[in-house]
Each structure stands twice: as C-alpha cells, then as structure tokens.
Design a protein around this ligand. Structure first.
Ligand code: OAD
Length: 246
C-alpha cells in the first residue's frame, strides 16, 4: 500500500478505528510519562507514584504529583492532530471509534466523541477523580479551587481516575475497542510505541479480519513490520497527508 492507496482506503471506509498514544500530544507540549519527571519529581520513578501501593503509602504525595500534571494539561491546547481526528469523526459519524491511551483529555477538548462517533479513554483521565467508596467519577475542581485530597460530593476521599500500574483496563472500554478494531475496514495507530498492551493486540485484530492498519509515527515501532502502511511522520503531518481528501 502507498500513500495514495492509504488515502483512498480511508476515504472509502465506513468503519474506522483509531488508537492514539503519547505521540499525538507531543505537539501540544505535553511531556510523556517519563519526561514529566523533572525537578522535585526527578527522584521518583513513575511506577512509584502511579500505583495502588504508592497511593496506600502516601496519598498526599501521589495527589500532589497528579495535581501538577492536571495543571499542565489544562495549560496545554489540542493540536492539529487532535483537530483532524475530530474532523475525521464528523465525516464518518457513527462508524468512527477512537481509543486513546492518553489521560490528558485533549481529544475530548478538540471535539472527539461528540461529533457522531465514540471516544474511549482506556487509561482514564487526569481531569477526573473517583470516589474511593462508590467508584463514582467527578470532574476535578478548577486548579485554583482544588484542595487535596479532593472529596466527593458525599464527603469521601477521591483517587485519580487513572489506570495505575498493576490495575486492569476497564472491561467495557476494552471490549468496545476490541469490537471496533475487529470491525474496522481501516485502523489508524498514531503516536504509540505499540509495545504496551493493548496497542499491538487491537491492530492485530483488524489485520486478522482483513482490514488495513495504517501507522503514523516518526519512528519505527514493533507494529511497523506488520502494518499495511506506515507513515514516518509526526501525528499532525501524517493526518494532513492522509485526510487530504478522505
Ligand atoms: P510512549 O511514550 O511509549 O510512545 C510514544 C510514541 O510517540 C513513540 O513511538 C514516539 O516515536 C512517538 N512520537 C513522538 N513524537 C511524535 C509525534 N510528534 N507524532 C507522532 N508520534 C510521535 O507512549 P504510549 O505508546 O502512549 O501507560 O505509551 C503507552 C502507555 O505506556 C502509556 O499510556 C503509559 C505507559 O506506560 C500507563 O500509564 C498505564
């Protein structure tokens, strides 16, 4: 498959499934998980903050770290890549499905999930917290009104609404993603290293059912050798090239 064939396949497809990772937010200046460990936080490994054990040991410390990342993502803006995926959703309507591994909420802010298709945040969302007792999810207060740890309207302590190391992905979200990728004529895999489950598994599902997998990533990944077509570009440039006429 070459670029013009990839463009034609995407244009013709009625069912499109997309998986994004940290790379699509790079152009918004959101540091990746590991790059976020600067200054005071450089002495912690992400695994020592983003885990149920860490939270049991020191909830205030974990909340401080998440509150910092929350402020960072609110200060950032969705980029052209996020916008083009919202545009693709407008064109495909109910046939469009987007699964993201990112917790920055930028896809939703660009309009994804409310343009006729579906958005699923596989790893949760930095802008939300959930009641530790009931599991109910609430938006965090604005940064200047945020008190830590945040309490639910019922007065219970809340934890970050994030899938931590050692925790399972939400079953409903994963099921929906697996169905969408199995049924997709074209799957796009954008800005993810494709080493962490479920990235590799979702694309394999599309290929197994005869669909095409198009990767956009400036670097080669484990998915590259099996992808139907691989665009060695940034997320925004790659989407511009693909959507030219989709
Ligand atoms: P990674 O940090 O593993 O990979 C980011 C990918 O983005 C790499 O393959 C880069 O080559 C690519 N990239 C960099 N700049 C880009 C750009 N401008 N446009 C497109 N791609 C670009 O991030 P993820 O694959 O998202 O899990 O990582 C998946 C999960 O692993 C994360 O959600 C996190 C981590 O452990 C949890 O937090 C549970």
């Amino acid at each position: 498959m070459d670029l013009s064939q990839a463009r034609a396949a995407l244009k013709a497809a009625r069912r499109v499934a997309v998986l994004t990772g940290a790379g699509i937010s790079a152009e918004s200046g959101i540091p990746t998980f590991r790059d976020a460990q600067t200054g005071h936080w450089a002495r912690f490994r992400p695994e020592d903050l983003a885990s149920p054990d860490a939270y049991r040991r020191d909830p205030d410390l974990v909340w401080e770290w998440y509150a910092g990342r929350y402020r960072d993502v609110l200060a950032a803006q969705p980029n052209r890549g996020h916008e083009l995926l919202a545009e693709l959703e407008r064109r495909k309507g109910a046939g469009f499905f987007l699964a993201t591994q990112n917790v920055d909420g930028l896809h939703a802010r660009a309009g994804s999930g409310s343009a006729g298709g579906e958005l699923v945040e596989l790893h949760g969302n930095l802008l939300q917290a959930r009641d530790e007792l009931t599991g109910e999810v609430f938006p965090l207060a604005a940064p200047d009104e945020l008190t830590l740890p945040p309490l639910s309207p019922g007065g219970q302590r809340m934890r970050p609404h994030i899938v931590w190391f050692g925790e399972y992905l939400p079953v409903d979200a994963l099921d929906a993603a697996q169905r969408a990728f199995a049924g997709a004529e074209v799957a796009l895999v954008i800005g993810t290293s494709s080493v962490v489950y479920p990235a590799a598994g979702l694309a394999a599902e599309t290929l197994r059912r005869g669909g095409a997998v198009i990767e956009i990533n400036p670097e080669a990944t484990d998915l590259t050798p099996v992808a139907t077509f691989s665009l060695r570009e940034s997320a925004s440039r790659g989407l511009e090239l693909l959507l030219d006429d989709a």
